[in-house]
Design a protein around this ligand. Sequence first.
Ligand code: SF4
Length: 285
Amino acid sequence: MHDDVIAWYRRGKRDLPWRDGRTDAYGVLVSEVMLQQTQVERVIPIWQQWLTQWPTPSALAAADLGAVLVTWGRLGYPRRAARLQQACRIIAERHDDEVPDDYEALIALPGIGDYTACAVLAFAHGRRVPVIDTNVRRVWGRYSAQWRGDDAATTKTQRRFVESALPGDGSAAAEFSVAVMEIGALICSAKAEPACVACPLRPGCAWRAGERPAPQNPARRQPKYQGSLRQTRGHILATLRECHPFEVSLAELSWPDSAQLARALDSLAEDGLVRVSDESVALPS
Ligand code: SF4
């Protein structure tokens, strides 16, 4: 199975700039944080600009948060950018400007959860660890009746299952993990019927054999963006990014729902993403 999956991946993978050793552990970390809630096509140009602007954790640590938010642009969920900068301050101060090769040190960083810590260990440091994202959960959920659990969290049994499926060698395990993610992204899709005919896992797959286990990880419906607090927060940050020197009067933040605008400003200020005074609002320095 391993050879078939890895051969399929080498033939059909997408050419992404953070793959195949073309970046360092910091580049991998930045890509994984950006990809947490944003599609890959939107991430690529921002990732490239980011690495040019701040090529090391210490460079990002020293930047103005306002400049960080400007480059983050429309990737969405901008608290990720602020947390990534906080993480890089810790990396610069406590880890000699090197992204840690240690699960406990990674998981202790702001904004880094189990998935991101494992992804960095595998894809940046070649460690043999189970990397389990939504795509991986869907692929193994279809592949094996052993995959059991609720939708929200990965169980210990599932983690053991994924770990036992990995090749023994660290770098082969990392390549196998990214290959399974790619199968989930490209052919074992959540939205359409899986394209089993093209899948290297089909010889052992329960779904393909006709068992069709009930989906245990159905695609989650995204909360509506139109009319949401997220939309208002996005409007405020987009307005600020376009107004040099990133400061506007409250009156300039025209928005039809003034109560919603006030709530969005409060929540952005609470997250440290804007500075609000009686008359104006600005990106943080
Ligand atoms: S054979 Fe089909 S259902 Fe099974 S993992 Fe591959 S694409 Fe998914």
